[in-house]
Design a protein. Structure first.
Length: 183
């Protein structure tokens, strides 16, 4: 059919056939390969990030083990009354050392999210100056006891703002589940 066409029409028919073949090649072969390539590139990027994260975790393993050992060693005592006594005496010691007046300490045992631990949650109300309260908080944060400050509220107790009230909500970690009788 192309052989009986004039040379110019034959050239146009060949060019049109090549263009159609290229369009079919593009839609059937090149586009799917391009999308597959992009999908694989995204997967490779995700896997590289995962490998990097894994290597970082492995590199920190010794540090994490050391930190976990410290947490276990500094957790509250297994006996609830001893744990409460340790926390009460620590707060009293920090208050005396920093000339802070404690007006209320109330603690309550709570179950942990799993059966492997329990929490001693409490509210502490104290009064002092900005300097004495900041030193009190510093000692609390630097304490070896497994205590976490969950909430801090500071209010003025006089018109000049020299005497401040501090309300803390803290929780202490005990690596023993809560006994039934403590509920």
């Amino acid at each position: 059919m192309i052989s009986n066409l004039p040379p110019r029409q034959r050239l146009l028919a060949i060019i049109a056939g090549v263009v159609v073949a290229l369009l079919v090649l593009d839609s059937v072969v090149i586009e799917p390969l391009y999308h597959t390539w992009q999908t694989h590139a995204a997967e490779i990027t995700r896997l590289n990030a995962s490998v990097t994260n894994g290597r970082t975790t492995i590199a920190r393993a010794a540090q994490n083990d050391r930190r976990w050992s410290d947490m276990q060693a500094n957790a509250l005592a297994k006996e609830p009354s001893q744990a409460e006594g340790d926390v009460y005496s620590a707060f009293d010691r920090w208050a005396v050392a920093n000339r802070v007046e404690l007006s209320g300490i109330r603690f309550q045992w709570k179950r942990g999210a799993t059966d492997k631990y329990s929490l001693l949650e409490g509210r502490i109300d104290a009064t002092g100056t900005m300097t004495t309260l900041s030193h009190f908080l510093y000692e609390l944060e630097q304490s070896a006891l497994a205590l976490r400050v969950d909430s801090v509220e500071v209010t003025s107790r006089d018109d000049s703002g020299q005497k401040l009230g501090l309300s803390l909500i803290v929780s202490g970690l005990r690596l023993t589940p809560l006994e039934r009788k403590l509920q």
